[in-house]
Structure formats: structure tokens, C-alpha cells
Design a binder for this molecule. Structure first.
Ligand code: AMP
Length: 375
């Protein structure tokens, strides 16, 4: 391969780990940068250990690589500023700004003509009361930045719950969203090249518990116009940001109309099924896009159901006698609410995969934040 050969990844978690695994067969080596000396991606990539405000260490990292990407969206501005101009950064950091603030993100979707549910920016108790009057209850109050996997979120059904929330939020910026009575949650994984070609994977149907993804089922059974809506949303978002690499848009299906909930400027948990379930995984296509290589096909191979392993690793015997199931352990220490692995069931059709997944799920002891155990 001519051209760039070494990819630097900010963040050394499981997403960087799976990216590095996909990069190897392409002849691309990965160097990951992470504040933790135990970052799990070090099992497959060279780790540069340093904090995100350590300019000297960041510059040494940049010297080792040809191109820089990231596996998480909360990359501090100062980190980007330090790296800016040293090496090409894909996707371009503007995408981080859009997605790191829920209000900016919703306004951005609207500016691209991508439909979203009703929302209001909240700057304090008074604006929350106004939002309640304008949008009504129930609603979802979410911290504007920093929250993920359902953290920093309150679903408000009653005025009492609203008053309780008011007492807790102080003057930090929040967003108040009308509660969307969706039929189901879907997501689209897209990948855009340096030349502006956008491809999308078939939609995944996602199930969350406690705000955490537990299952993705793909390709979701959807009408053709929903695939078109999702592709067109992804294309508009990618083109507007001049984006390079993989990104995900989480969608609410409201009777066939898709509303964008949020975007992730990175490879995404709802795309893990593509490792076994697609011609080219999201990780490989991300590496291809940011390294300037042609993309691989996003055609599905049969049907896939991905189950997250949360908090506690199952006994590997859980898959004994089951065909078409692959266990991915990330090598992370178990902790309630922490994603430490996943299992993908791949087979000829949805029925078969869901049956197998159900069988496996009964043996999983996913421990959620707060210690609750969910099957
Ligand atoms: P988020 O952090 O925005 O991805 O929210 C986590 C989960 O909370 C989503 O996957 C939905 O299940 C639920 N949720 C978020 N926003 C809303 C909303 N406006 N209406 C109904 N459910 C929501």
C-alpha cells in the first residue's frame, strides 16, 4: 500500500481496539492515545499513555502517526488545538462541536433539514417552567453535554417530578425534549470518504435498558422509504460537516417517520454487528475512509443480532453448542453499567437469530448502574 500507513486514535477503549483489529489486514498499524495505562486497545495497538491536556505527549503521539482519528466525542478542545496542523485529523473536529452539545446538535439537524422532536434549551429553573408550559409533560430533561448512556437524564411525567428536577439542576445548561412516543429505536451507520461519497449500512433496530444499549437487530425490517429517509439524513449531515469516516445517527421511528435523536461522530455500538454481519465492518470502513482508501461494500450477510455484555462477563460455556454466535471480550475490568464485551449472532434470517439470541440472553447477567441485574 502506498500513502499513509499509521493511524493514531485518540482514546484506547474497545472502539479503538476493534478499529485496530480491522486495520491490521489493510496494512495499517494503529497507535492509541489514552490517559489510562490499562486502556484495553493496548492488546492490539501501541499505546501512548498521557492525559488529554499533556501537549508534549500529544505531540510525540502525532509524530508516530500519519493520520489522526478518535473513538469518542468528548475530546477536549485543547487536545484538538494541540494536534491541529500537525497531522490530518478525520473526521474534522467541527463534528465534535456539533455533537458535544445536545442543543447545538438538534439545531444542526434542523439546519440540514433532518426532522427532530420538539425541544427547548434550558438555562435554569425559569426556562424549564416555560418549556413545560410550551411543550407539556411528559418530557425528557437531559444535561446538555457530557451525558451518555442515559446518564444525566430525567424523564418527567408530573409537576412534582419537574419540581424535584428543578431543585437538582441549578443553572447548568440542559435540554428539555417532548417525550417521543416512538414505535421503536433505529440507527443508521454511515461512512463518508474524503471525496464525499457517503455509504450507509442497513438500519439497526435497538433496544435500551436504563438508557444503555442492550441489543441491536439488523437489518431492521423497514419500508423502503425509511431506508431512504435515513440515507438522505446521513448524506445531508455528512456533506454539511464535510465529514470523513464513520458516524451514527440514532433515530426514533414514529409510525414510519424518522426523527433524529442524536449523532455520534465515530464508530458506534449499534454497528458492532457489521463485524460478522456485513461484507465490510464499520471499523474497516472507518479506517479505509480516514486513510484515503476505497470503501468496502456495506451489504449485509444474512441477519445479525448483537447483545451487549454489561458489567459482568458470562462463562464462555454460554455459547457451547450454539452455532453462528461470536463472543467479543474487550479485556476490561467488570463494573456495573460498563460495556465489557458483546456477542453477535449471525444467521440466515431474523427468526433464527432472535431465537438463538434469546437463548443466550437468558444466560447473561448484565449488571446495570446501581447494581440492578437485568436479563
Ligand atoms: P440519549 O442519551 O439521548 O441517547 O437517550 C437515551 C435513551 O433515552 C434513548 O435511547 C431513548 O430510549 C430514551 N430517550 C431519549 N430521549 C427521548 C425522548 N425525547 N423521548 C423518549 N425517549 C427518549
Amino acid at each position: 500500500m502506498s500513502g499513509p500507513k499509521t493511524l493514531g486514535i485518540l482514546g484506547g477503549g474497545q472502539l479503538a481496539q476493534m478499529m485496530a483489529q480491522a486495520a491490521k489486514p489493510l496494512g495499517v498499524d494503529c497507535v492509541v492515545y489514552d490517559p489510562s495505562p490499562d486502556a484495553c486497545a493496548k492488546s492490539v495497538a501501541h499505546l501512548v499513555n498521557g492525559s488529554f491536556d499533556n501537549a508534549r505527549q500529544l505531540r510525540s503521539f502525532a509524530e508516530l502517526v500519519d493520520v489522526i482519528t478518535y473513538e469518542f466525542e468528548n475530546v477536549p478542545n485543547e487536545t484538538v488545538d494541540t494536534l491541529d496542523g500537525l497531522r490530518p485529523i478525520h473526521p474534522q473536529p467541527e463534528a465534535l462541536k456539533v455533537s458535544s452539545n445536545r442543543v447545538t446538535e438538534k439545531a444542526f439537524f434542523e439546519s440540514c433539514g433532518v426532522p427532530v422532536g420538539p425541544y427547548r434549551a434550558i438555562s435554569g429553573p425559569e426556562s424549564l417552567r416555560i418549556a413545560r408550559d410550551e411543550l407539556g409533560l411528559p418530557g425528557v430533561l437531559k444535561s446538555n453535554s457530557g451525558g451518555y448512556d442515559g446518564k444525566g437524564q430525567y424523564t418527567l411525567h408530573t409537576d412534582d417530578e419537574l419540581e424535584n428536577a428543578l431543585a437538582q439542576i441549578g443553572n447548568t445548561p440542559f435540554i428539555y425534549e417532548s417525550f417521543v412516543n416512538f414505535t421503536r429505536e433505529l440507527s443508521v451507520i454511515a461512512c463518508r470518504t474524503i471525496d464525499g461519497i457517503t455509504v450507509t449500512y442497513p438500519l439497526a433496530q435497538n433496544t435500551h435498558q436504563h438508557g444503555i444499549l442492550v441489543r441491536s437487530d439488523a437489518p431492521a425490517t423497514v419500508q423502503m422509504n425509511m431506508t431512504e429517509q435515513a440515507h438522505s439524513a446521513a448524506k445531508r449531515v455528512g456533506d454539511t460537516l464535510n465529514y470523513v469516516g464513520v458516524f451514527a445517527i440514532e433515530l426514533f421511528d414514529v409510525g414510519g417517520e424518522l426523527l433524529a435523536n442524536e449523532m455520534a461522530p465515530r464508530v458506534h455500538n449499534t454497528g458492532h454487528w457489521t463485524i460478522e454481519g456485513s461484507n465490510t465492518s464499520q471499523f474497516e470502513n472507518h479506517v479505509r475512509a480516514v486513510m484515503g482508501l476505497p470503501l468496502g461494500s456495506t451489504e449485509p450477510e444474512g441477519h445479525s443480532v448483537m447483545l451487549n455484555i454489561i458489567g459482568e462477563m458470562p462463562n464462555p460455556d454460554i455459547l457451547k453448542g450454539i452455532s453462528g454466535a461470536t463472543l467479543h471480550g474487550y479485556g476490561k475490568a467488570p463494573r456495573p453499567g460498563r460495556k465489557i464485551g458483546h456477542i453477535t449472532v449471525n444467521g440466515p434470517d431474523r427468526e433464527t437469530c432472535l431465537g438463538t439470541a434469546k437463548q443466550i440472553q437468558s444466560g447473561l447477567r448484565n449488571t446495570m448502574p446501581g447494581g440492578g441485574v437485568r436479563p
